[in-house]
Ligand binder design. Sequence first.
Ligand code: ADP
Ligand code: GLC
Length: 488
Amino acid sequence: MAPRPSRVLFVASECFPLIKTGGLADVIGALPLALSTEGFDAHVLLPAFPAVKAAAASRRKFADLEDLFGGSATIYKATSSNGLKLFLLDAPHLFDVEGNPYQGPDGKDRADNFRRFAALAYAGAELAAGNISDKFTADVLHAHDWQAGLTAAYLKAAGNTAVKTVFTIHNLAFQGLFPKAAFASLGLPATMFSPEGFEYWDQVSFLKAGIVYSDWVTTVSPTYAFEIQTDDGGMGLGGLLKSRNNKLSGIRNGIDTLIWDPASDDALPHSFSARALAGKAKNKAALQREFGLEENPDAPLFCVVSRLTEQKGLDLLAGAIPHIAGNGGQLAVLGSGEKSLEGVFQNAAIKYKGAVGVRIGYDEPLAHRLQAGADAIFVPSRFEPCGLTQLCALRYGTVPIVARVGGLADTIVDANEAALMAGAGNGVQFSPVNFDMLTGAIDRFFSLYRDPAVFAALRQRAMKQDVSWALPAKDYASIYTRLKSAAA
Ligand code: ADP
Ligand code: GLC
C-alpha cells in the first residue's frame, strides 16, 4: 500500500468564503488547496461561528468534547464550496456570536477572547495529536496569527514532539495580549508564564507563544521577515524574532487565481483578459457610473479597497485628493474602519463630486468591480506584511501605487526610467511613506498613464506576473518536509 500523503492541519480563526475580516481569510481559503498540488493532505480547523455554520450546512459529526473551557463542544467535518476540507469547532459558549469574530457589538474586543482562542488552539493541538479521535492525526500543525498562537504550547505541554509545528505571523500588530490573570485559566504549566515563555511585560502574549514554541515561524513576505527583526518594525518583539532568525522565513502570499480571474469573474459586468482588454474599458465606464464619477474614458481612475486604519496610510491619501482631482484624476474608495477616516473620505466625495466617490462598508463583489474598472490602486501602507489587493490589481491590469514596505516591496517593481528601459516595472513605489513622496508617485503615475504605449506595456507586464499560490506553496511544502525529515 502506498504511504498516505503527509497531513497538515491549519488552525485559524478566518477562512474565505466562510468568514473574513481581512487577508488572513483569503490565505486560509486558498493555500491548503495549493498544498494539495504539492502532495499534502491539508485540513483547516475553524471556530464554528454562526456564519461558518450557515455556509457549511452539510456537515457531519466527527467527535464530541465533553468540556472545552467551560462547556461541551462538537467537532464537525465539512467541505467548503471551493473544496477545502474543514473541521468546525462548534462550542456555542465560545463562538456563538454574530458579526465580527473578535469584537462585541460595542466594537471592543470581547473580554473572553483569551478563553475562546485558547480553546481553538487546544482543540487544534489535541486533534493533530490524535487525542480527539484515532481517525485523524496530523504530521504538521500550521497555526496562523495570535488566535492560534497557543497550539504549539499545548503540544509542548503534553510532551508531544511527533507533530511538527509551523506558526505564521500575518500581522505583528495584533499580538493577542491579555492580563496575566488570564494565564491561570489556560491549563498550561506555570513555567510558561516567564520571559523565556510567553509572558510579555507582565502580560500574556498569544503571538509570542507561537514564536517561542513552534518549530518554525514564517511571515508573509521576505521583506516583512526582515523588518520584524528590527526595532522599528518589531513592535516590541524585534529582539526575540532576531534571536530566532535561524527558524524564521518570509514567504510571499499568493491569491486564488480562480476567484480572481477577470476572464471568468461573475462579479464583473464585462469579462476581459490581457489579450482582450475591451471589457476593462467597459468596466471602467460602469464603475464611473456606479460611483457618480464623470464618465470620461481618459480620466485616470484610482481606487482603494481597504480597511481604513492607521496601518494602511490612507490618511496621507486623503490629503492628496485635491492633487488628484486638480490634475484630472478620479478616485473611487471602498473601505471601512476608523470613523474619522470614513468621514474624511465621505466629505471629499461631497466636495469633489464627480471626481471622488466613496462606499463605506465591506462588499466583496464591489471589491472585484473596483479592481476591474480602475486604472490604478493605492496601497500607501505604513507597514504591510504582504498585502493582497496589489496582487489582485496586477491580475486585473490595475497598476499598484504602493509604499515600499513589506510585501509591497517584494511584489511591485517600480516602473522608473531604468526599469522601463529594461522592459520591467509593474507599478509605482514610493519611500519613505509621507505626503510628498505619495504626491510624487501620483505625478509619476499621471505621466505613465498619459503615454499610451508605455501604459499599455506596463499593464501587460502587471497582468502577466505570477501572483498565484503555486510558488509559495512549494516553499511551505519544503518547510514541512524539512521539519518532518529532521524528526525522522
Ligand atoms: P489586510 O488583511 O491587512 O486587511 P490584505 O490586502 O492582505 O490586507 O487583504 C485584504 C482583503 O480584504 C482583500 O481580499 C481585499 O480585497 C479585502 N477587502 C478589504 N477591505 C474590503 C472592503 N471594504 N470590501 C471588500 N473587500 C475588502
Ligand atoms: C494581514 C496583513 C496583510 C496580509 C494578510 C494575509 O492582514 O495585514 O498584509 O496580506 O494578513 O497574510
